[in-house]
Design a protein around this ligand. Sequence first.
Ligand code: NAD
Length: 480
Amino acid sequence: MHTAPAVNPEIKAEIHRVFALQQHHQWEVARSNARQRIAKLRRLYDAILHHRKEIEAAMWADLRKSPTEVNITELGVVLHEIRHTSQHLQSWMTPKRVGTSLTLFRSYSEIVYEPKGLCLILSPWNFPINLTFDPLVSAIAAGNCVILKPSELAPHSSAVMRQIVTECFPPGEVSIFEGDATVAQELLSMPFNHVFFTGSTQVGKIVMRAAAEHLASVTLELGGKSPVVVDETANLDTAAAKIMWIKLVNAGQTCIAPDYVLVHESVHDALLEKMKAKVKQFYGNTPAAIQQGPDLCRIINGRHFTRVKGLLDDAVQRGANLVLGGETAENEQYIAPAILTAVPEEAQIWEEEIFGPLLPIRKYDTLEHAISYINSKPKALAMYLFSADDRRVSKIIAETRAGGVTVNDCGPHFYNSELPFGGSNNSGTGKCHGEFGFLEFTNQRGVLYQARWMPTTDFFLPPYGGKLRQWLLEGVVKWF
Ligand code: NAD
């Protein structure tokens, strides 16, 4: 765990200045109506499109990410979130009348959606644009002031984001600080009302502890070991294609990437052959073609390259079968897509989130064994089930725990703005996307309006004695 040294004094002074500015400005931002907030989102939308080519170039420089992947997994997601939010914001913001119990018959109640105030968004490097701007959309929609701190490990992407944010918003409304953990820790020392963190479970704990100092509410979007189950009734062509695509997007550096596959023993060999064929079809027929092709990202930096290669070497040294790939080139932080079988139980790859292009496959005999294996791990962020048997699918969903599930595909539950996205315990707390994201940055204030025409009654005020009162109270407690 990295305990950060002190932040540069100039950045510290700037953080304090911007924070004070936002504190002062927050009431004006909070008063904005849906039309004004949608106009802000529109500015962001237009600026993203305006800087589209620079974003693509930045992501190539940071991750060697193909422009197509940038459009599918970064820009498309944020632009859709803006459109969806703009379409529904008026209705999300409108106070909702709710019923009242009979004992409160003379009153009426509503839920009012007030902004939390000042929000901090700390984001990771793996999908820098998506995971910085997506929560920003929800925070703006909810009427907050926001400070963003993207990851220092994707500096080209964060430089473009800085340009976009500076063009779109005054610093008293939305501001961005680039930098490492020292900057993040200085920001975390400030009394934000809400902290939205996307990143590792390890740093998530640091963030939650820091937020506790100010009793700031937190959203933690973390990672974990997301399983895939392929049973004997599954369409293996679909399963192989979907699993290998989502596994290898961003070279496996994806929070919802499958971490391991549990496959029924009767279809293990057939699935394996199809998965190997898919890798070749997607990225090239030979190791050289895969490495030279334009579509596979690189590992973000030397530290992560060494960590992922270490997981691969450890598994192989302990006797795992490397059935495909695994070639590496340290000078360009390249690791070829690798499929492993018969990985011994004590291998490190079963213990930590892989976050790279390695995929271990395990056979299972009964569904109960597959379920108990999944439940022996901390709660996953995502789970994927391939089966033609609805009863089995329902059984797995009912008897396991995970942040979200896609059945007979991999990943689309992330893209549906009508679904809450997030983890559970080890894989996170709180939800994002669509109305769930709006609510995450909102205090749902309960307001009860007592009828002005009601005479004040002291019937239930002390002194409490009196038979009639006790008799009535009996009824009130039991029946209303
Ligand atoms: P990370 O936790 O190392 O960094 C995330 C952010 O925290 C960065 O902005 C970083 O500067 C900051 N940070 C790092 N150390 C810190 C410290 N000591 N104190 C305060 N802030 C600190 O994560 P990462 O490597 O950038 O991202 C990879 C992880 O994120 C994976 O575990 C992945 O599963 C997870 N992730 C989750 C989601 C999701 O939606 N649930 C999405 C993407 C990534």
